[in-house]
Design a protein around this ligand. Sequence first.
Ligand code: HEM
Length: 466
Amino acid sequence: MDTMTATTPAATANTAATASHAEGLGDESSIWFKLSPLLKSDDNPMAVLMRMSQKYGGAISINMGNQRILLLSEPDNFKHVLVSNANNYEKYFDGLRPVFGKSMITHDGALWQKIRMPQQPAFHPAMFDDYVPYFVQAINEKMARWEKLAESGEEFEMVEQTWTLAADMICKALFDRDMPFNPHFIFKCVKTYTDVTNHKSIRLKKNADDDFEVTDASAAKAMETWWEVPDLVLNAEPREHREKTLLKMIEAAVADESIPEFDKQQAEDEFKQYLWAGTETTALTLAWAMYLTSVDPAAADRIRREGEEVIGDRDPTAADYSKLVYTRAVIQETMRLYPPIWGLIRVAVEADEIGGKEVKPGDRVVMFAYGAHHDPRFWDEPEEFRPERWMGDAAKKRQKYTYIPFGGGRRSCIGGAMSQVENTLALSILLRRFKPEYVGEGVPSISATVTLTPRGGLNFKVKNLD
Ligand code: HEM
């Protein structure tokens, strides 16, 4: 379905605004622009920030043009910003508003609370029993696709595969819809926009000789397409007319006169938020887990054995999730090595001090999650893939805030626990039926923009194990 041509009046009216927003991500005033020189590297852009943290400590003040950035990599400093003095640190979303609109992830204070509250029950673990059958349906549909890939022996890109799976799981379980859009096309549009380091203004300044891939016009066009998606979801035929879904909770919030802020536009923006924040992150984790287990066949076999013992030949249930101890540890270890959100960003409201460094109002604070996840003070052999570190007593004794794939404090990820159920079940089921083989050249390089992605993707072939 090519929605690029189906432009609504709302989208057309917003095009001018988008063009300026499209510049925002790679604009000189954007933190993404300011960080981009530090994130340029041939294979691991995180290495520069790691070296800086090791050399200068857990709180580093960096002056970039007229903007001060505080780079934090010490767990106590994460706690300060996320919990102890959270009121002083607001969310930073400049340039990302076209993707998220005014969804809850972009708000602070009382308004954020009003928007989050009516949706929170959809993510309570008690709901997972309801969701698991729909996750499994989406996984089964993905298996049918992989059967064909196994038959033809063709190469494919793993993140594309896991992203469509993550989106289908959310549409089925949370919205009671089959995915009413072409995910490959839609997510390409989002990626066009969020691939910050390719934005025109950055590339013009930093890489004058390169061809640029993302122009303002293409980014604006990509966002126009993205804005069509909420209506496609809302107007699609419900699969089963279920009453207890996130979509129903959002509709009830729109109808609730006591929260006038939760209007129709808010509802549409919430959909955008879930379809991006709730899918790319989950997809990256599963794709990296496929890579790590394909180069560690013993880990893949252990996952298969655990699946046979715990689930056998029946359909999995939510109760199986907690028994898939090793598979779940693989997912946790994957998010340690490759945290999809490598850095959390806030803006300081008032003056403060962190780790002995002065904070001025307006300073951008970057919490370097990847740095803490790879710090040898907290992890033995931090670069090694060792799922076992998540099993048994060692995991319980770990220092707090050394591992923050879902953020922390009151603004931590609403869907974190659910994503672990999705990914644990998907990894278990897919690996029992298939042998995915990474066919890329050498260890994949990473690219750090808003998310941590494999540069150029993760190329795979898949074999049927039956
Ligand atoms: C592996 C999967 C995921 C990862 C690594 C992840 C990561 C994160 C992180 C780090 C934050 C906090 C950002 C900050 O403090 O600046 C966040 C917030 C959020 N995530 Fe996730 N996420 C994942 C899956 C999901 C899923 C499945 C959903 C929903 C379907 C979701 C929806 C959200 C929302 C709505 C917020 C904003 C919460 C708020 O501001 O109150 N995420 N996520």
